[in-house]
Design a protein around this ligand. Sequence first.
Ligand SMILES: *[C@@H]1O[C@H](CO)[C@@H](O)[C@H](O)[C@H]1NC(C)=O
Ligand SMILES: *[C@@H]1O[C@H](CO)[C@@H](O)[C@H](O)[C@H]1NC(C)=O
Ligand SMILES: *[C@@H]1O[C@H](CO)[C@@H](O)[C@H](O)[C@H]1NC(C)=O
Ligand SMILES: *[C@@H]1O[C@H](CO)[C@@H](O)[C@H](O)[C@H]1NC(C)=O
Ligand SMILES: *[C@@H]1O[C@H](CO)[C@@H](O)[C@H](O)[C@H]1NC(C)=O
Ligand SMILES: *[C@@H]1O[C@H](CO)[C@@H](O)[C@H](O)[C@H]1NC(C)=O
Ligand SMILES: *[C@@H]1O[C@H](CO)[C@@H](O)[C@H](O)[C@H]1NC(C)=O
Ligand SMILES: *[C@@H]1O[C@H](CO)[C@@H](O)[C@H](O)[C@H]1NC(C)=O
Length: 653
Amino acid sequence: MAFHLEIIMLILIFIALAQPSERVNAEPTQDKQALLAFLSQTPHANRVQWNTSSSACDSWFGVQCDSNRSFVTSLHLPAAGLVGPIPPNTISRLTRLRVLSLRSNALVGPIPFDFANLTSLRNLYLQNNHLSGEFPTTLTRLTRLTRLELSSNNFTGPIPFSLNNLTRLTGLFLENNSFSGSLPSITLKLVNFNVSNNRLNGSIPKTLSNFPATSFSGNNDLCGKPLQPCTPFFPAPAPAPSPVEQQQHNSKRLSIAAIVGIAVGSALFILLLLLIMFLCCRRRRRRRRAAKPPQAVAAVARGGPTEGGTSSSKDDITGSVEAAERNKLVFMEGGVYGFGLEDLLRASAEVLGKGSMGTSYKAILEDGTTVVVKRLKDVAAAKREFEARMEVVGNVKHENVVPLRAFYYSKDEKLLVYDYMAAGSLSALLHGSRGSGRTPLDWDTRMKIALGAARGLACLHVSGKLVHGNIKSSNILLHPTHEACVSDFGLNPIFANPVPSNRVAGYRAPEVQETKKITFKSDVYSFGVLMLELLTGKAPNQASLSEEGIDLPRWVQSVVREEWTAEVFDAELMRYHNIEEEMVQLLQIAMTCVSLVPDQRPNMDEVVHMIQDISRSETTDDGLRQSSDDPSKGSDGHTPPQDARTTPRSDTS
Ligand SMILES: *[C@@H]1O[C@H](CO)[C@@H](O)[C@H](O)[C@H]1NC(C)=O
Ligand SMILES: *[C@@H]1O[C@H](CO)[C@@H](O)[C@H](O)[C@H]1NC(C)=O
Ligand SMILES: *[C@@H]1O[C@H](CO)[C@@H](O)[C@H](O)[C@H]1NC(C)=O
Ligand SMILES: *[C@@H]1O[C@H](CO)[C@@H](O)[C@H](O)[C@H]1NC(C)=O
Ligand SMILES: *[C@@H]1O[C@H](CO)[C@@H](O)[C@H](O)[C@H]1NC(C)=O
Ligand SMILES: *[C@@H]1O[C@H](CO)[C@@H](O)[C@H](O)[C@H]1NC(C)=O
Ligand SMILES: *[C@@H]1O[C@H](CO)[C@@H](O)[C@H](O)[C@H]1NC(C)=O
Ligand SMILES: *[C@@H]1O[C@H](CO)[C@@H](O)[C@H](O)[C@H]1NC(C)=O
C-alpha cells in the first residue's frame, strides 16, 4: 500500500514539474487523516483551523512535510490551547514525524503507549503541560531521539535506567516534575541535562557530576558532586527483590527499579566500608602520638551512661568499635544516651531539613532510640575551640531548651546530636498545610508557645550568658503538648561567617547588618519578629525572595499606624472570641521588641514577665472563648493547659 502511494506521488511530482505553473497537489493523505483525527478529539484554540480541502503541507498551521510531500515530518503546536489527553492512534500514525512540539498546552494524562511507533522522532517537546504517569518507557524505544523535554509536567515515579537506550540523546529536560527515587547512571553524551525541582534522592552518579548544581537543585535529598557530599548516615538499603527474576518476569519498570536499587545499595555499602577504613587508619596514626583526651569531655561513647541498653554483643565487632574510640562521639554531662559513633553510622536516617548551618537528620538507631543529628557545614573553629563551645552550649539545661546531647569533631565531619522532638517546629505548625484540611492553631496554644520560647530564650541569656543568634520559627520545636523549646542556639561563633548576609534575613535586627555582631538585644528583636509571626500567621521574608515575603515589623507598623490594627491578625484567629485584648497586648510587646534602637528593646526576662502579665479580660469566660464553629477547638484535641490560663497576674506592675 505504502509502496503504491509513493509511486503515485512520484507521478504527481513529475506532473507538477512538467507543469510548473500549476500548484503541487501531492498530499500525505494518511498523515492528514491522522492529524484531523487528533484535532477533532482535542479541544484547541480557534486559530488552529485546518481546512480539509486545502493542502496540509502548504497551509496547515504548524505542519511541515518532507520534500516529496508524502509524510508529515514536523508538527508544532505550542501554546495552541490544546486541552485534555493526547488521543491514542492519532499522532502515533505520523510514522515519519521527526519533530513534535506540543509544549505549553493543557494536555493531561500519560503519554500514549503508541508513541513507540514514532520511530523517526528526533525532537520531542512536551514541556509545560499537565501530563502525568510514570516516565513513559515507550519513549526509551525511540532511539533516534536527540532532545527530550518533559519539564514542568506532573510525571511521577523513577527515571528509568533504560534511558541509556537513547544513544543519540544530547538534551534531557525533566525539571519541575515529581520524579522520585534515585538518579540512574546515565552514560549518554548529554550536553543539556536538568532534573531540578523533582523528588529525587540518593547520590548523583559520577556520570552526571559534571553538570552544574542548578541541574539538580530543588530535589528531596540528592547528594554528591556537584551538590554537597553524601551523608555518612544511610537509610538501610531497601530489601532488593531478586533482581534476575524481576527482570525476566515483570514489566520493564520493575526491573529498572531493581537495578537502580542494587546500584544505589552497593554504592552506599562501599562508601560505608571506606569510611570505617578511614576511621581505622586515623585511629592507628593518632594512637602513636598519644594525644590527650579533651578536658571538656564529660563522658565518652563507651564510657558514657548506658541505661539506653546498648547490647554488649556489639562490642565484639572490634574493628568498628576501635575505630570509634579515636574520633569519638563526646556525650554531654547528664545525658541519657549510650550509643557510639558506629551505632550512629548504622542508624537509618531521614533528612529533616537543610539550613544555613548544615543538614539535620532524624536517625533511628538499631535499638529504636531516635535522635536528631546535625551535620554542620562551613565550621571554622579548631577542635579545641569547638569543644569549648560545645561545653558551654551543652551546659544549658532548661525545660524550654532543646539540650545538646553529644557532638563529634573530626577534620571532615562535625556532628551534633540532639533530642528528637516529634511534634516538629513552630514553622511547620504555623505555615504547614494552609488551606483545607488544616487544623487551625488556636490562641491559647500560640500564647503558650510564645511564653515557652520566651522562657527558653531568657534562660539562655540570663543563666547561660549565651546569645542564641538564630531565632526563627523553624528553630522553635514543640513537645506534643505544645510546650515550646528553643534549639540551634549559641553556634554562630564556630562558623566561618558568624552572620552570613542571607541567613535568617527576616528575623535579623537592623543593626546587625552593619555591626556584624549578634547580641542579646538582636535576639530580642528576632523574638519580636517571631511573636509577630505568631500573631499574623505570616512568615517574615526569607533572604532572596524578599519580593514575595514581607518585612513583618515594617508591615505591621504601617497597618497599625493607619489604625487598621484588627487587620494584622491571622484570619485563623478570628474564629475565637474575646481574645482581641490579649492579641493587642502581645502585639504591643512584640512591637517594643522590634524597636529599631537596641536600647529601647526590653530584656528577655522582662519579655517573659510581660507575656505572663497579659491579662485576660474580666468578661472572659472559657466557654465564650471557644470557637463557635469549631467545637473541637482546633488543636489536636488538647485542652490548652491550665497554667496558660491562670498565669500569675499580680507579680509585676
Ligand atoms: C478551505 O479551502 C478552500 C480552498 O483552498 C477555500 O475555498 C475555503 O474557503 C476554505 N475554507 C475555510 C473555512 O477557510
Ligand atoms: C523522495 O523522493 C526521492 C526521489 O525524488 C526519493 O529518492 C526519496 O527516497 C523520497 N523520499 C521519501 C521520504 O519518500
Ligand atoms: C504501531 O506499529 C505497529 C507496526 O509497525 C502496528 O502493528 C501497530 O498497529 C501500530 N500501532 C499504532 C497504535 O499505530
Ligand atoms: C499532579 O498529580 C497529583 C497527583 O497525581 C494531583 O493531585 C495534582 O493535581 C496534579 N497536578 C496537576 C497540575 O495536574
Ligand atoms: C532498548 O532498545 C532496544 C532496541 O534498540 C529495544 O528492543 C528495547 O526494548 C529497548 N529497551 C527499553 C527498555 O525500551
Ligand atoms: C520550573 O519552575 C520554576 C519555579 O516554579 C520556574 O521558575 C521555572 O521557569 C520552571 N522551569 C521550566 C522549564 O518551566
Ligand atoms: C529515596 O526515597 C524513597 C522513598 O521515596 C526511599 O524508599 C529510599 O530509601 C530513598 N533512598 C535514598 C538513597 O535515600
Ligand atoms: C534547571 O532548571 C531550573 C528550573 O527551570 C533552572 O532554574 C536551572 O537554571 C536549570 N539549570 C540548568 C543548568 O539549565
